[in-house]
Design a protein. Sequence first.
Length: 253
Amino acid sequence: MQIEDGAVRRLTFDRPDVRNAMTPEVATDLADALEDVDPSEHDAVVLTGEGEAFCAGGDIQAMAEREESAGEAFEVIQETFGRAAEAILDAPVPVIAKVNGDAVGAGTTLAALADFAYAAESARFGASFVNVGLVPDTGATVVLPRIVGLRTAKELAFTGKLLPAEEAADLDLVSQAVPDEDLDDEVAGLVSTLQDQPTETIALTKRAIHDNLGRSWEDGLDREAHLQVLAYDSDAHAEGVAAFLEGRNPNFD
């Protein structure tokens, strides 16, 4: 992950050859970079991707090579993907997702977790975890129902279908879909507006809003991790990974 520091901390997924797919190591780097944010030094965080994609979700090749036990997997999920989700939610400054291209799986979740998400109109979104036999993670089962509603969250999670950016904006998955050539300017305008506001007050406001949502994020993430461990050992996950690597459609029968 590239980190460009300053009043605005800019974080860029830098694995364009795999469409910025997430691994536990990438999630850890993201969490580290967010947890190090200081409202006395930073006004905002902008998260984006290098190349044509924002984040294509989990790294399927890394999944195929994973060898940890269920107990080890639970710990990995909590301490990497779960930690990255909490770091976005707990960041003491606004986190802006500048979605420059497709945001699929964990990419969709990251956009949903961010305080603001501006997307290029060419970007696509989808909770595609089911396509490789997995439960939505990185906070997806916690945040999606609260943003798009229960039934829409289920539709996205059960079908894994892709949405164009404008439809994602209609569902509030992203704040706004803009022409690709305007994305930089739109995000820059938002950052400028936020920099005119009291950063520490924004931090307190963000914390108050999140604290009053009901069930704790920690409980939701724990439950998600437990279910993901079950999914890791399922036939559906094995079939989904195999089908992806073999370039065919999965057969989940």
